[in-house]
Write a protein that binds this ligand. Structure first.
Ligand SMILES: Nc1ncnc2c1ncn2[C@@H]1O[C@H](COP(=O)(O)OP(=O)(O)O)[C@@H](O)[C@H]1O
Ligand SMILES: [Mg+2]
Length: 300
């Protein structure tokens, strides 16, 4: 693979950084607009790795833009443009932002994670094993790890400032956002998941679960925000390898996780360096996810 410039951290002259997440850097462009910049950072076991993954930020951005466009008829969203040429001058002055940035409408974020699960894994699987329920949804007995659920369920969580998000039931969810908004977010989340997962299945990818965020626009509209239906916000599995009763190969980070499991590392920062072959294999997985879902080759 040819050498490609990676971006681990951004610092944009003239824009103020308002948030640095594990993967994305968020800038205020003006009172009404934000710039969401996906870096090439990768996290595994909740820890950011020291090596960037070439193309990752651009691939995630292209994938989110693809979904916003495709889901347009179901929900309003925050994306103004992901095309670099259409961005304000102040953004275009920094060439490395090209391809990895989304100019979006600034919203008041509802402080909840709108999770939809079609399959039983992660914290859902843990809760089910303990209580037979997830977020107040009683499920049939005897389901296996990663098994398909009778129907997709809405399983919201708090958006913890630090530490881990906590699954909540619909009453707690309503208390946080109000009953009317709660009903809308629930319905939108389920509709978006249903449509996206049906489409992904025709491309050979199972979207086992995913997390959406919504925000309130200035005019009172509810917008789908953040990144959508990327491997970072969802569990993608290949239908070719899917088999319930055990954990599944994760589409994107499998090589990173498997490599880290071979080490004597306690999963606390600082994370160990990744070998070149692991980095290259991971880039290929991100490119593949993009190619399969969008039916386009990613070229940059
Ligand atoms: N349109 C938007 N308006 C306001 N905030 C947004 C919008 N879209 C995304 N955000 C926020 O930007 C932040 C992106 O940060 P992220 O990289 O996800 O880091 P983390 O989730 O680790 O805090 C999140 O806090 C998200 O809620
Ligand atoms: Mg986030």
């Amino acid at each position: 693979m040819s050498a490609v410039k990676t971006v681990s951290q951004t610092n944009v002259a003239g824009l103020s950084l308002i948030h640095r997440g594990k993967v994305r850097d968020v800038y205020q462009v003006n009172e009404k607009q934000l710039l969401l910049v996906a870096t090439d950072r990768i996290s595994a076991f909740d820890c950011v790795m020291p090596n960037p993954i070439p193309h990752k930020g651009a691939v995630l951005t292209a994938l989110s833009a693809f979904w916003f466009d495709r889901l347009q008829h179901l929900t309003e969203h925050h994306l103004i443009t992901a095309e670099f040429e259409k961005m304000p001058d102040i953004v275009r002055q920094t060439e490395y932002l090209r391809g990895r940035s989304m100019l979006v409408k600034k919203t008041r974020v509802f402080p909840v994670e709108c999770v939809v699960r079609g399959y039983l894994e992660g914290s859902g699987w843990k809760d089910y094993q303990k209580t037979g329920e997830i977020c107040g949804h009683r499920l049939p007995a005897g389901l296996r790890q990663c098994e398909k659920l009778p129907e997709p369920i809405f399983t919201p969580a708090t958006k913890a400032q630090s530490g881990h998000d906590e699954n909540i039931n619909e009453i707690e969810f309503s208390k946080i956002v109000g009953a009317e908004v709660a009903a809308k977010l629930r319905l939108l989340s389920l509709e978006i998941y249903r449509e996206a997962s049906e489409y992904a299945l025709t491309r050979g990818i199972i979207i086992a679960d995913t997390k959406f965020e919504f925000g309130l626009a200035e005019n009172g509209d509810i917008l789908l925000i953040d990144e959508v239906l990327t491997p970072d916000s969802s569990r993608f599995w290949s239908i070719e390898t899917y088999a319930p009763g055990k954990s599944q190969l994760s589409f994107d980070k499998q090589y990173v996780r498997e490599y880290l499991e071979t080490l004597d590392w306690n999963k606390q920062p600082p994370a160990p360096a990744l070998p070149t072959e692991i980095i290259e294999a991971t880039t290929l997985r991100y490119l593949e996810a993009h190619r399969i879902l969008t039916e386009k080759n990613y070229n940059n």
